[in-house]
Ligand binder design. Structure first.
Ligand SMILES: Cc1cc2nc3c(=O)[nH]c(=O)nc-3n(C[C@H](O)[C@H](O)[C@H](O)COP(=O)(O)OP(=O)(O)OC[C@H]3O[C@@H](n4cnc5c(N)ncnc54)[C@H](O)[C@@H]3O)c2cc1C
Length: 540
C-alpha cells in the first residue's frame, strides 16, 4: 500500500463531475483549488532510530537479520494507520511516530523471542497486520520506553488446516482477505468476512479489533466466527482451544478478541467458514424517509427475515450515493420517479443482499420483500444492489482524491438499541454539524444503518467539510464533539472500528472503572513490563 494513502500507485478512482457539483453546493468545495499532493518520500521528517547495536543484534537473532528493517520506507509505512488524521500528517511529511525498526517474524516462536528481547530492554511493541486501523491503533508510542518496534505479521501467512467437515479453518494472523478467500475458494469454501478494508486487512487485525464485514447482518462479524485462537504474550502463551461451545467457566476467547495488541500477539485463529455461495442476489429498495426504513428493518430483523447485507442510507447519504454510484443513471431515475409519484422531495435508499443456494436465496428474498413492502418500501430491482456490490471497495480510493482537494472526510460508527437509535442518530449528527459549522465551514453529514441485531443496530456516519488551515484541530474538535454526544446518548463508542488511541478517552464510560481494572489486571499478568501497544485501548 502507498505510504500516504490507500491502494497502490496507478489505482485511482476518478470523481464524477456530478459529485464535484454536489460538494461545491454542500460544503463550498472549490473545484478550481490547486491539488495538494503528498510530499515526496525523501521530504518526510523521521526521528533518528534509537535502538542500540546490542538491541538490534538481539532482535536480528530472533527473526534473522534480513527481517529487521529500519530503512525509511519500512519505518514510514508503519508510522500510522489509515485514518483521516493519520493521512493528513503523513501527507504533510510528518513521520515523527515512525517505529525505530520493523520486525518480520516467520513463526509464533520468533514472535515469542522478539517479545522476550523487547521486555528485557523495555522497547514498546506494536503488532501490525494490514495497518488499516482508523483509530490510531498501530501508531507507535515510545515515551518512557527505550524505543519502539512494529511487529509486521505478513510472514505468518499459512493456512494451517481446513476442516471441511466441521467447516473451520485455522489461519495464521498475517493472512489478508484476498489470500484467505483464494485459499478457501479452492476448496469450495468462504470465510465471508468482507470489511471495506478487505484488500489489505488481516486475520490478526480483524480478531484484535472485533471487525465487522459488510455481510455482518448475516454472517460476517469476526467475533462470531472465532472458534479458537493462540496469543503469544511477553509472559507466556494463551491457547483458547478451538471448540464449538464450552461450559468451562468464563470464555477466554472473549478476553482476547478485541484486545488490540495490548495483551500480546495473536499468531493464529481457528475461524468458522461456510460453503461458498452458488447464488447471490443484491437489490435496491426505496423508503419515503429514514424513520420509515429503520422501522421496516427492525420488523424484518425481529421476524428473523433479514438478508445477509442490509444497509439503509439516510436522506443525505442517499443523495450522495445516487450521485456517486449512478449520476443520471437508472437508480437515480427510479428514485426520482418514486419521489415525484409521492409528492416528496427526498427519500432513502436501502441495499439488501442474499447469498447461498439459489433456492435459499429465492425463499429468503420473497419473505424479506413482503416485510419490506409492508413497511412502505418500494422494490428498485437488482441494478442498485449490483452497483453497490461492484463499488463496495471504492470509498477509500475516493478519500485520497478528496484529500487532494483539501476536503476533510472521515467516518465514525456506533450502535444502540432500536428504542434509542433515533435519538443517537440525531445527537451524533447535530454534534458533528455544530462543531464543524461553529468553525465557519458548512459540513455535509450523512449516515447509514448497516448491521442489524434483534435488539438494535449500528449507525455509520460520514462527514465532510472544507479543510481548515489547522486540519488536525478541526478534525479533533468534530471527533470529540461526536464522541461526547454518542456517550451521552447511550451509544457504544465504537461498533467495529475498535478503540485504539482515538477512543481510549471514552473507555471509562464504556466499561466503568472496575471494568478497566479487570482489563488492566489481565494486561499486568500477560505483559508485566507494559510494552504491548502502549497508549491503546486503555485510557492513561
Ligand atoms: C478504508 C477502510 C475501511 C474499513 N472498513 C472496515 C469495515 O468495513 N469493518 C471494520 O470492522 N473495520 C473497517 N476498517 C478498520 C480496519 O480495517 C479494521 O479495524 C481491521 O480489522 C484492521 O485490520 P488490520 O489487519 O489492518 O489491523 P491493523 O490496522 O494492523 O491493527 C489494528 C489493531 O489490531 C492490532 N493487531 C493487528 N494484528 C494483530 C495481531 N496479530 N495480534 C494482536 N494484535 C494485532 C494492532 O496492534 C492494532 O491495535 C476500515 C479501515 C479503512 C482504512
Amino acid at each position: 500500500m502507498r505510504w500516504w494513502g490507500w491502494g497502490e500507485d496507478g489505482h485511482d478512482v476518478a470523481m464524477p463531475e456530478a459529485a464535484t457539483t454536489l460538494l461545491r453546493e454542500e460544503i463550498g468545495a472549490d473545484p478550481g483549488i490547486a491539488r495538494r499532493r503528498p510530499v515526496a518520500l525523501e521530504e518526510v521528517r523521521l526521528p533518528a532510530p534509537r535502538l542500540g547495536g546490542a538491541a538490534r543484534e538481539q532482535l536480528a537473532a530472533a527473526v534473522g537479520v534480513e527481517h529487521v528493517r529500519d530503512d525509511r520506507e519500512a519505518r514510514l509505512s508503519h508510522a500510522a494507520g489509515r485514518s483521516y488524521p493519520d493521512l493528513v500528517r503523513l501527507r504533510s511529511g510528518d513521520g515523527s511516530s515512525a517505529p525505530d525498526a520493523v520486525l518480520l517474524p516467520g513463526s509464533a516462536e520468533q514472535v515469542r523471542a522478539v517479545l522476550t528481547a523487547c521486555a528485557e530492554r523495555r522497547v514498546a511493541v506494536v503488532p501490525f497486520g494490514g495497518g488499516t486501523s482508523v483509530v490510531g491503533g498501530v501508531e507507535p508510542v515510545s515515551d518512557g520506553f527505550g524505543g519502539a518496534v512494529s511487529i509486521d505479521l505478513r510472514r505468518l501467512d499459512r493456512v494451517v488446516a481446513v476442516d471441511s467437515t466441521s467447516l473451520t479453518a485455522r489461519l495464521e494472523a498475517g493472512l489478508t482477505g484476498p489470500q484467505i478467500e483464494r485459499a478457501l475458494g479452492a476448496e469450495g469454501l468462504t470465510l465471508g468476512h468482507f470489511p471495506q478494508s478487505f484488500e489489505y486487512s488481516t486475520v490478526g487485525g480483524w480478531v484484535a479489533t472485533r471487525s465487522a464485514g459488510q455481510a455482518s447482518t448475516g454472517f460476517g462479524r469476526i467475533d462470531e466466527l472465532v472458534d479458537g485462537l493462540r496469543l503469544v504474550a511477553p509472559a507466556g502463551e494463551v491457547n483458547a482451544r478451538a471448540l464449538p461451545a464450552s461450559g468451562a467457566g468464563p470464555d477466554l476467547r472473549e478476553l482476547l478478541i478485541g484486545s488490540e495488541g495490548v495483551l500480546g500477539v495473536i499468531c493464529d485463529a481457528t475461524l468458522c467458514v461456510r460453503k461458498a455461495p452458488s447464488a447471490e442476489r443484491y437489490e435496491g429498495w426505496w423508503f419515503g424517509s429514514f424513520p420509515e426504513g429503520r422501522e421496516a428493518f427492525r420488523v424484518m430483523e425481529q421476524a428473523d427475515a433479514s438478508p445477509d447485507v442490509a444497509r439503509l442510507c439516510d436522506e443525505a447519504e442517499t443523495r450522495f450515493s445516487l450521485v456517486f454510484a449512478s449520476p443520471g443513471g437508472t437508480v437515480e431515475r427510479l428514485g426520482r420517479a418514486y419521489l415525484r409519484a409521492r409528492g416528496r422531495e427526498s427519500g432513502c435508499l436501502a441495499i439488501v443482499g442474499f447469498e447461498g443456494t439459489a433456492e435459499d436465496v429465492e425463499r429468503r428474498r420473497v419473505r424479506t420483500g413482503s416485510l419490506l413492502r409492508a413497511g412502505g418500501g418500494i422494490a428498485l430491482g437488482r441494478r442498485p444492489g449490483e452497483l453497490w456490490l461492484r463499488s463496495r471497495y471504492a470509498g477509500p480510493y475516493l478519500r485520497d482524491e478528496l484529500l487532494d482537494r483539501s476536503i476533510l472526510v472521515d467516518t465514525l460508527e456506533t450502535a444502540t438499541s432500536w428504542s434509542e437509535l433515533d435519538s443517537l442518530y440525531r445527537a451524533t449528527g447535530d454534534a458533528l454539524r455544530s462543531s464543524l459549522a461553529e468553525r465557519h465551514t458548512p459540513p455535509f453529514v450523512m449516515c447509514h444503518v448497516s448491521h442489524l441485531y434483534r435488539s438494535g443496530a449500528s449507525l455509520y456516519f460520514t462527514f465532510m467539510a472544507r479543510q481548515e488551515d489547522d486540519a488536525l484541530a478541526q478534525w479533533r474538535a468534530a471527533k470529540s464533539a461526536a464522541s461526547d454526544a454518542i456517550v451521552a446518548a447511550g451509544g457504544t463508542i465504537t461498533h467495529h472500528h475498535a478503540v485504539g488511541r482515538d477512543h481510549a478517552r471514552w473507555m471509562r464510560a464504556e466499561v466503568g472503572e472496575m471494568g478497566l481494572e479487570l482489563i488492566r489486571a489481565a494486561k499486568e499478568r500477560l505483559d508485566p513490563a507494559g510494552i504491548m501497544n502502549p497508549g491503546k485501548l486503555l485510557p492513561s
